[in-house]
Design a protein around this ligand. Sequence first.
Ligand code: C2E
Ligand code: MG
Ligand code: MG
Ligand code: MG
Length: 275
Amino acid sequence: AKTRGRGQFRVFEQVMDESVKNRQQIAADLHLAMLSKKNLAVYYQPLMDISGQKVVGLEALMRWNHPVHGAIAPSEFIPLAEEMGLITQIGEWVLREACRVSLAWPDLTIAVNVSPLQFRSAGFVERFKAIVRQEQTLATRIELEITEGVLIEDEKGAQEIMDQLREAGFHIALDDFGTGYSSLNYLRHFSVDKIKIDRSFTQSLGVTENSMAIIESVVKLGQAMGLTVTAEGVETQLQMAALAEAGCNQLQGYLFSEAVSKDQIAGLLTPGKAS
Ligand code: C2E
Ligand code: MG
Ligand code: MG
Ligand code: MG
């Protein structure tokens, strides 16, 4: 039993070793992709008005097509970029791309995700303001999507950064609302423009009892605070109907379109041509 135990341990060690090596390799590849901008792209998913007929905004979402492993999900490589200290650089590149798209589509607000680490990095607000200035667009055209992760550790510091962003003109959306530990606390601390109800709520409509009641309450809360309420992850007509009935203002999800390349944005805006 002893020998077998040791053998198993060795196998386990090997597996660990390989996954660590693999991770290091992928991290190195991400660094390279970042430097060359090769295989790294910003895609855009439309935000619709409540009729589901009109595009009112676009959310910038990063895509990485690894030369060997193919498409790697942001949920995999964003944490890696954070660990490697690359998130600030990558995030600024996304903002720059988004600024250019904002100039091409003057009627649309462009949303950009900001990771908590990026949010807390020194000089973040100044650099974001500078990029908007360099790209000759307006901060009011850009919506920053932030999660409650930014509140961790330093509430007061986060509040200051948020105030500076809003003073600069950026719009702020609370992303993945309802999934964290302190969504309400978050609303108490920060003045924001929008709540994005997490897709897990949308997708539990008609599946889990009370999901409609929860969404209706968030809408009421949003209305009372003068905020726009957007529902994420809308995949079916039934979900869309329920969200409209609940009083949501905007919808986002595969029912309308997944994220598309910059060149495909025009197709989203031509009625009857949205994929
Ligand atoms: P998120 O900001 O909540 O973005 C929405 C995610 O839901 C996107 O996944 C989108 O493709 C997906 N989605 C949209 N509609 C539907 C739907 O109807 N059904 C389902 N099942 N999913 C839908 P994606 O692109 O894989 O991004 C995942 C997360 O990675 C994002 O969540 C965001 O937190 C992060 N992320 C993506 N791009 C960036 C970026 O440039 N910077 C930062 N900091 N984070 C990013
Ligand atoms: Mg988002
Ligand atoms: Mg979200
Ligand atoms: Mg989400």
